[in-house]
Design a protein around this ligand. Sequence first.
Ligand code: DPP
Ligand code: ZN
Length: 870
Amino acid sequence: PQPIKLSDYKAPDFLIPATELAFDLAPETTRVKARLTIKRQGAADAPLILMGERLKLISVAIDGQPVDYTTTDETLTIASVPDQFVLETEVEIDPLNNKTLEGLYMSSGRYCTQCEAEGFRKITWYLDRPDSLSKYRVRIEAPKAGFPHLLSNGNLLEKGDLPDGKHYALWEDPFFKPCYLFALVAGELDVLEDSTVTMSGRTVDLKIYVDTGMRDRAAYAMDALKRSMKWDEEVYGREYDLDLFMIVAVRDFNFGAMENKGLNVFNASLLLADPTTATDADYERIESVIAHEYFHNWSGNRVTCRDWFQLCLKEGLTVFRDQGFSADMRGHAVARIKDVRALRARQFPEDSGPLAHSVRPSSYVKIDNFYTATIYEKGAEIVGMLKTLAGPAVYRQALDHYFEHNDGTAATLEDFLASFHAVTADNPQLRADLSAMIDWYTQAGTPQVRISQHYDAAAKTLTLTCLQVTAPTPGQPEKKPLPIPIRLAVLDEDGAPQAPFNTPDNVSWLFILRDAQAEMVIRNIEMPPVLSALRHFSAPVTLHLDEPQSHAFARFKGDSDPFNRWEAAQGLAKAIMLDEIPDEALIDAFAQGLEATLRDDRLDDAFKALILGLPTEADLAQSQSPIDPAFLHHNRKRFKAALSLRLHDTLRDLYNALPVANTFSPDAASAGNRALRNALLDLLLAGFDLSQNPGELTLLAEAHFKAATNMTDMIGGLIALTHVQGAPYQNALDAFYARFRHEPLVIDKWFSLQAAAPHPDTLARVQALSHHPDFDAKTPNRWRALVQGFANNQSVFHAPDGGGYAFLVEQILAVDAFNPMTAARLVEPLSRYRFYAQPYSENMRQALQMITAAPKLSKNVLELATKALA
Ligand code: DPP
Ligand code: ZN
């Protein structure tokens, strides 16, 4: 397939200022009439070329007259058209059998749509590109029985009854939008209603539509929505613009959620929550995704993207906005640690492997393959660095400028950066730094930063030498230095700041590494210094500090930057786990540091739980070359057991001392309390194999599981029982299934828990589960629960005989036949085969070749598998 290139961008030859659609819904024979007002803006002889896929064409007319046209699988061309005209088409589509989950499809007997990125062309012939902005009027007609709710974007103009038991609704969206933001939902739904008053005093009706009987489970999402709306007013000055805001939850969905104008559609897993079925992690994600999709109303909808190369313009910015919201709701330190953990788990590996691409890519085959951690999470980090450089006040001025000057348009990254330029006329150095940030968008790869230090006790100076280098990535052999904001502080040997510095917080300052190398001298350093660099993770880089291990212990003990305190613990734990032979003295010292942290009353529970989390096998893999998954699994397990044995009494005391609330509250403090209690239990049980008293540990985990009154504790109990295995584990799984068998979202967890168990029989179990009556590859949630859960299970997925890879290939090919977008997302676990030791590496390569050799592969899977092998 031919790649599409950013350098080939050309504005469309035609505008479609008005779009009228009429849907006559029927499961296998939906009729869609489109009446498009079209104006030429390009060359006088340019033909009209519209995009469409899988459409059964019934008729085409221009200004009421039939016309000559030609079609291919993907285009409809009318060679000669007037400069201004009305195009009318009618097509028939088959929502019932549309298992791609793009365009119009049916889920649980309801109609719904997903148009981003290029699904609208499966609904009607159109200029399906984001720079084609139009005002929409949509008429929906369907039987009343089974389809009482008929929803689309904007405001409801009228609704009424029709003959033959049918009814209709007419919707109008007053805002110009690209077709990827179009949405339609029809079916039987319960609705939770509320309202809010915006900053200018307008009342907005809020409606969340869910499966019948699930209304109560939408309450948290509603609460999160109201908080999001208020936050965007207070922090960004952004007000909602329609009189109605609707959200619909659906079970079958490729994305997490979708920001369609005025009618968001959510994967039910990111909307429905109550204490008995949702974990604290689910609540947290619901809160952040509700915010994310709502924030898109400005960053994405009012200002959209000129082309899909600019995807990060809406996604990176909106992720940064939702991260700011979550931090305000749940605490900045803990939120930052979680965001960085996710960035390192997903984006760093991508950025160093064969699928590496810049945050603004320069070419793609299928844009669906670019909804990546790089575009989302690294994109958010770049906005964060812009804010760090500019400072909060200038950042806000720039964003105000951006929204004001680009409202109602399809913008580019250059437009975004131009707003920073516009508000910094009085500060040439800042202006230059902000402009140079464009390179972060166009250059792929994670910069490596090395800081070496020399302390001169007599002169009381600390000299730092900073270097940056970025390894080549596909298509980009040469890398330039990037502007890297590095927040620094100098501590003493107990981790306390060597103060004061003449900076706003008296402790830290921002150093911008602009070149490949820079040196700086810090004066008046009275005591032997401990450097605290890249505080709050001020840039998405990998940092190497040349320092003795005692410095990391000092930061672990007392760094006032919680991120760096956590980071120090991570670094030490990694070093221990990567050692061939366990360094008992180092493990002792780490255990003491951990105990001091756990007993420190000034630290909150959520932070302690994160410290207890320890680096994952995937984290460790990023520091090993070549990667040996069995070694990493063994060493991590051994380290956890060693800690568990050393700290058994402490862990037990702290576990017993933590209060268990009688009533459930999803707030951050309560969630932190549960997270800590479950993390303590996990570490206790990690000592199971070496324990003097395994019976006691088994009883403890079983009691935890049985006493659980919420899903978080129940899963905590099940995870603890994975250390025990055998009958206690299986009995708990069976009890869990029996209790929740009618709750699809919980059964998803039941599948993924088993797929994630680090047991020797997990592959066999997962294979059996893929034939379980509740397994359904056509529902992405269920498929991902099992297959992605398995692919993330490092030691099991990477079985030396390649059995894990073979299972993944079989699953990818099966799903690719009907849902390429979802299938393609699971190619990534095989892509980094060059980084692995033998026999893994060769087995992974062969698995990729089995994919590319398969007949009838989608463009989506082919693009990724080919790039992985290149
Ligand atoms: N629905 C996806 C998101 O919000 C794509 N826009 O990120
Ligand atoms: Zn988004």
